[in-house]
Ligand binder design. Structure first.
Ligand SMILES: NC(=O)c1ccc[n+]([C@@H]2O[C@H](COP(=O)([O-])OP(=O)(O)OC[C@H]3O[C@@H](n4cnc5c(N)ncnc54)[C@H](OP(=O)(O)O)[C@@H]3O)[C@@H](O)[C@H]2O)c1
Length: 247
């Protein structure tokens, strides 16, 4: 797919990796819908920057963190998104919630919230996107997974399960939406440390990579771009992890 003039929705795009994906796709001529939850100021600033590239950029907010009524909230978000930028050609499920939950202390609230943001919302977004992509016989859906599924971190069970579900969802969607819509995932390794991560933890993470360094948001944005521009890849999960998964 050539991105020029295409409409892209990126969730959680105001900062960090989502922001870099938005800028990278806008540089290829795509119009961008910057979804955000709390980062309204950063989202507005990003839109101003994107518009200087000569493409459209709009923001729509939505909190995906509640399980009850989430499908309806996502559908409302989707209607606003289409009103803002038009029919959507590409959906990037980037928004994510990440926190540790010691095994014995996992609450129903934490389980529901992590699964809602990381799996349930991406599915209902993909359902909304997929319906219209099927009618128009073209589209791309890309989700941001995590390299760590094969080697789960202690104390991150609900997060890891949510990302495993996201990978499974990607494969199922690739089957359900074939042949006109391609559905893939990128599985980042260590790219940007979580807020509050200690320097010693970050050093340990680097040691667990083969390449002995953090990746960059640009590395992830390039993989997303590849998946959009190539039309013969579907049901793939591309690790961009510095070799972490085989280290
Ligand atoms: N960073 C890494 O090294 C790394 C490693 C492995 C996988 N990944 C994956 O790559 C993607 C991007 O990573 P990142 O570190 O840039 O992500 P992030 O900063 O942890 O989260 C991205 C955005 O998700 C949004 N979000 C959080 N809770 C939400 C909710 N309840 N409703 C709606 N949006 C919500 C936030 O938007 P607001 O700021 O607007 O609230 C946040 O800015 C994620 O899917 C992540 O799991 C990243």
């Amino acid at each position: 797919m050539n991105l020029r003039g295409k409409n892209v929705v990126i969730t959680g795009a105001a900062k960090r990796i989502g922001r870099e994906i938005a800028l990278t796709l806008a540089q290829r001529g795509a119009n961008i819908l910057v979804h955000h939850r709390s980062s309204a100021r950063e989202a507005a600033g990003l839109c101003r920057q994107i518009r200087t590239l000569g493409v459209t950029a709009e923001t729509v907010a939505c909190d995906f963190g509640r399980s009850a009524g989430l499908a309806a909230a996502v559908q409302k978000f989707w209607r606003k998104a289409e009103k803002a930028i038009g029919s959507v050609d590409v959906l990037v499920n980037n928004a994510s919630l990440y926190y540790s939950t010691a095994f014995g202390k996992v609450t129903e609230k934490a389980w529901d919230e992590l699964l809602a943001v990381n799996l349930k919302a991406p599915f209902f977004l993909a359902q909304a996107a997929g319906r219209s992509m099927l009618k128009r016989k073209r589209g791309k859906i890309i989700s941001l997974a995590d390299w760590a599924l094969a080697r789960p971190r202690r104390g991150f069970l609900p997060y890891t399960a949510s990302k495993a579900g996201l990978v499974s969802m990607t494969l199922s969607l690739a089957v359900d939406l074939a042949p006109h819509v391609q559905v893939n995932a990128v599985a980042p390794g260590p790219i940007l440390p979580a807020a509050g991560a200690k320097a010693s933890e970050n050093a340990k993470v680097v040691q667990q990579t083969l390449l002995k360094k953090f990746g960059t948001p640009r590395d992830i944005a390039r993989a997303v771009l590849f998946l959009i521009e190539s039309d013969y890849v579907t049901g793939a999960v591309i690790p961009v992890d510095g070799g972490s998964s085989i280290a």
